[in-house]
Every structure is written in structure tokens, then in C-alpha cells.
Design a protein around this ligand. Sequence first.
Ligand SMILES: Nc1ncnc2c1ncn2[C@@H]1O[C@H](COP(=O)(O)OP(=O)(O)OP(=O)(O)O)[C@@H](O)[C@H]1O
Ligand SMILES: N[C@@H](CCC(=O)O)C(=O)O
Ligand SMILES: N[C@@H](CS)C(=O)O
Length: 523
Amino acid sequence: MIPDVSKALTWLESHPDALNGIRRGIERETLRVTPEGQLAASGHPEILGKALTHPWITTDFAESLLEFITPVDPSIDHMLSFLTDIHRYVARNLGSERMWPMSMPCFINKEEDIVLAQYGSSNVGRFKTLYREGLKNRYGALMQTISGVHYNFSLPIDFWRAWAGVEDAESGKEQISAGYFRLIRNYYRFGWVIPYLFGASPAICSSFLNGRETNIPFERDGHMLYLPYATSLRLSDLGYTNKSQNDLGITFNNLPDYVTALKKAIHTPSPEFAKLCVKVDGHYRQLNANVLQIENELYAPIRPKRVTKGDESPSDALLRGGIEYIEVRSLDINPFTAIGVNAEQSRFLDLFLIWCVLADAPEMSSDELLCTRKNWNRVILEGRKPGQTIGIGCDTERQPLAKVGKELFADLQRVAEVLDSINGNKQYQQVCTKLVACFEDASLTYSAQVLEQMKEKGVGGFGRELSERYREQLSSEPLEVLTEEQLQQQVEASIKRQAAMETQDSMPGAIGFEEYLHLHAGC
Ligand SMILES: Nc1ncnc2c1ncn2[C@@H]1O[C@H](COP(=O)(O)OP(=O)(O)OP(=O)(O)O)[C@@H](O)[C@H]1O
Ligand SMILES: N[C@@H](CCC(=O)O)C(=O)O
Ligand SMILES: N[C@@H](CS)C(=O)O
């Protein structure tokens, strides 16, 4: 089932320094809720600065959906301390509100209670809110209140020098992009291991269905709907996914093909979304009626990325400099930690993503990419089922999930030994030893432990208990790597930056919103 990676692993073992300088960044989302667990009706707290311009504290879809972003960091521990300091600062400044500690929302009485994130009167600010108006009208607001953790990852240039013989990032951008596309194709083939190990949404509150029909054979326990062997309903068709995007023809074989398909999707009118109209009685309902309003709307489990310059689009940034890093979007919020993610998950992802670069990855058509969804769905809905099997590509041949998992971890152990040799400790190997046990005993997985708690306390009860515990914990802990002054300074700077943008856009001769909309989302 898994490719023979022994040759590449032997190469890695003789080039340990190639892994010196991995860089990472985290994006974590969380809903602001009342002490009772209800969605907070308040706006984004002024004391947290402006969501439009704050580099670390912003909002995702809704005014109550916080998003925390860490700067790119070579140290896992420093990155997580930075993320924890952001949580500490926010927890101290939320008054009686708490942060919901799980991916799936619970007590949202009606969709109308979900207020779209507001970003002020600048063209960019209005554009971002209108994008969300479009998402609401297209997919419903409830789905957009699902929270996730995104893990951003890049390998050092020394890896690409040793592995691909490049001189530098600029001249080697084609080979580096090819390497990250290799990673992405293997991620589609084997990334189901992430929900298996770390999925943390095996159940939902019945209110989340919101009257929708589903053919998922849920079991019910009070207000809780669950599947006994589910791992991540967030990644299911009921969650933060969009089946209509399956026929966009997106492939991950090379940059020109990827960008062409993505640009086609944002320029192709959608008959379904045209029915929503773009402007009714002078009010916009979406940015445009295309299949995707903008590139962000492609809800892929992993994205090739490059930091954008100015107002260039994500795909134009990729065309300019090739792939700079990748964004893993399959992590549920980890409810067992106040910050939604832990060092064990970060170290596992490092191991897995390095393995994904090293392993052979034949090119895949969009249909072959779709085939991989069968394995993901099997793990998402019943990954912990005793004797569960995993398919081989599009073929019907299947092997025991436990066997495949253990084979994968035998390779990851070798990567761990290289990383530990660089760091002078055993941390990566300890992660391997702990996690591989999950294939022998599924009760050790996050989703099994979450379901056990939810059966005892209910989804809402478990969420309320944790949100209260983390509020106490975060509010009382001292800051570690940031200072109160730095956090306050960022708040003030964000306010100034937004004011400057709004002033600039209101100057005589500045382009109006209609023109801005045409330039950035025109058909
Ligand atoms: N070279 C890199 N290697 C690893 N991580 C990176 C690299 N460059 C940036 N990152 C991380 O990627 C993340 C970018 O998140 P940010 O929300 O700022 O951008 P985005 O994901 O493109 O925005 P959006 O969520 O609106 O699409 C940050 O956590 C940052 O630390
Ligand atoms: N909230 C989505 C991500 C939103 C976005 O596309 O950034 C998630 O659960 O991962
Ligand atoms: N972050 C999500 C919801 S706003 C998106 O970009 O589509």
C-alpha cells in the first residue's frame, strides 16, 4: 500500500542538515460564546484591535469567529507559546465571554444570529464582508461557523539544495514547486491519517443540522448526534466541505495547470449562484456569480501558498515566485488543549509532510484525486471501526488500516531519528511511539476520547466545561514570549492602519467600491 521510501529515507539519513530550518505557522479559529455557550451577540471587542489590520488577532467568517495567526517560526515551542500568549491576552479581555473549544458549534439558535465579520468602510473592508455575504447566501452561515486549525509548513532552502540541486529559491522555484506538489499528491493519498489520529468531531449538536436532511446514519443521545466510529464530522459532507467544487478539475501536478484551473473557477459563471443575483435593489448579495467568488472559496484540504505582495491574488503570488509553503487545513480544534493544537500534532505533521515529499507521487488526474476522497470519507465517518480497511488509489483492493498505519509509522520513525539527531533529543521519536499505538488501540485516538467525554457530558456540556476551564487557566497564566506592551501596541497600530486605509479610499480621485469590485472580483 505505501510506496517504498527506503531509498529516499537512506538519503535523508545521510543529509540530516537538510532538515535544519523547517518553518511553521498556525491559524486557529474559535467562536466567542456566552457563559451558557450561546453564540456571542457582541461585535469584535474594540480592545482586541481591528480585525482587518491586526496581524495576529482577526476574525474569520463571523464577527464572533475569532482567528489567531502566529508569525512564521522555526521553533515549535516558541510558536505555541506565541499562540498561547495571544489566547491569554484575548481571554483576559473578553469579559464574561468564553472561547468555544471545539470545531463544531453548538448553541446557535438560528442562522440569523450569526453576524458577518465587519471590516470597516475601506474598499478592502467592504470587499471582505461582501465575500462573506456571498458565502452565507451560497452555503449558509452555519457551516461557516465551523472552526479549524490550519498548519502552515515549509522546508528550508538547504533541503531543496540537497534534494533537488537548486541553488536558491528564485532560480529553483520550479523544482521547489514540483517538490511541494509531490507533497500535496501524497497528502491526498495518505492524509486520512490526520483525521484518524486527531479528528475531534465524532459528534454534533442536533441543532447543527438546522432542519437539513442527511443520509448519515447518526445515532442519537439526547441532543447529540454521533457515529460510533467517526473521527471528524467537520471534514464530512455535513462539515466544512463543498461537494460542488469536486468538478472544478483542480489538479496538483504542476503550477500552470493548478493556477489555470483555479483562475477558471473564479471566472466561470455558475448557473446555481446566478440565481442568487449579484445585486438586488442596490444591495450586493455576493462578489459575483462565479463558481468561486475568489480563490479563498476553494475549500481544499491542503493549499499551495506564497505570501502575497500588495493586493495580488494568491494564484498570482504563486505564478510570481512558485510555492513558498503549504497550508494543511484538515486539523480539527483539539479540545484537550486551551489553544486548540499541541506540540505532538505539530511534530507529527512535520514527520508526515517530510515523508510526503520523499515518497514517490505519480501525477494524478482530478478524477484520481477524487478517488482519494473514498479513503478520507471512510476514516472520517468510521475510521475507528474494528478491522477498517483502506483502498489502494482508485482500485477496489483494500488493506487493513492498522497495517497501513504501522507501515507508515515505520518510515516516520526514521524521519524522527533524523530530526531528533539535529535537535539533540528524542521528542519526534516519542511522538511516533505514542501515536503508532493508536493503530493497535483506536480508543487512544482523539476522537475516541472526545466521544467518551461527550457521551458522559453531552456536546454542549463538554464544550462549556472546557471553555470555562480554559478561561480560568489562560486568564491567570503570565505571558511567556510577548509583553502586554507589544500586544497593546499591535492593537493601536491596527486601529491606525485601518483609519489610514479608510481615509485613503475616501480621498478625491480614489477609486470607488464598484470599480474596486470590478478590479478584484470582476467576471
Ligand atoms: N514560509 C512559510 N513557512 C511556513 N509558514 C508560513 C510561511 N509564510 C507564512 N507562513 C504562515 O502562514 C500563515 C499565513 O496565515 P494568514 O492568515 O496570514 O494568510 P492566509 O492563510 O493566506 O490568509 P487567509 O486565511 O485569509 O487565506 C501564518 O501562520 C504564517 O506564519
Ligand atoms: N473555518 C474553516 C476555515 C475557514 C477558511 O477557509 O479559512 C475551517 O474549519 O477550517
Ligand atoms: N475563511 C473562510 C471563510 S471567510 C474563507 O476564506 O472562505
